[in-house]
Design a protein. Structure first.
Length: 216
């Protein structure tokens, strides 16, 4: 859900400046996965290859904010989504150019690691190992392990465990049984699942699930 709060236009030193403020509402269960990967402040310089696209989207959004024509609410919402994605692209690109590890967000710009993340995200009910990942993306085991940690910041199996537990907690909050959830995220036993869950969230999956997301 995206909610654009207000649009202010001011004039400073003879140049027009458009100020757009926005609130982005995220699922509380997974919010830290994105927030932890972002800085408190990020400036997109005009030299960034994505700057022109951002500028075009902002200008179009500004026009829609000032012109309440038919369908403007829907257009604003989709433009907000596009603007957020373009911003994330700009941040990811800059950090790749500077060789900075930026968690999973920056890793999406690396074709090999992005392919591995895609497999992890879409096959959580299967046994995912380093060997299966390197075979799928065409890298050696040692090169993949080192490159994944450089790009994402943590080892691949630690990332996979955290991703699975995020999905598992959402299912538990929705009222699913522990045994059913354990199987759905690739665990053959409740005990193994419970150990992994406690490792990530410091609580048992059979206890009262906390809504707040701790940083790990």
């Amino acid at each position: 859900m995206f909610d654009w709060k207000h649009n202010n236009i001011g004039h400073y030193n003879g140049c027009e400046t458009v100020l757009l403020a926005a609130d982005f509402e995220l699922d509380i269960e997974n919010a830290s996965l994105l927030i932890d990967a972002l800085p408190d402040f990020f400036l997109v310089a005009t030299s960034n290859p994505t700057a022109q696209n951002l500028k075009n989207t902002i200008e179009t959004l500004d026009q829609e904010l000032q012109t309440p024509e038919f369908g403007f609410d829907l257009i604003r919402q989709h433009l907000a989504e596009i603007l957020l994605i373009q911003f994330l692209r700009a941040y990811s690109l800059l950090n790749r150019q500077n060789d900075n590890p930026v968690n999973w967000l920056g890793a999406l710009g690396d074709s090999k690691i992005a392919a591995a993340l895609h497999l992890m995200h879409n096959q959580i009910d299967h046994k995912c190992t380093v060997d299966s990942l390197v075979q799928a993306i065409g890298m050696s085991r040692s090169a993949f392990s080192a490159h994944f940690k450089t790009c994402v910041g943590i080892p691949q199996l630690q990332y996979l465990r955290r991703w699975r537990m995020q999905i598992a907690r959402k299912k538990l909050i929705a009222g699913k049984r522990v045994a059913e959830v354990a199987e759905s995220v690739g665990y053959a036993s409740e005990s193994a699942f419970g150990y992994a869950f406690k490792k990530v969230f410091n609580q048992s999956p059979t206890g009262k699930i906390k809504m707040a997301d701790p940083h790990h």
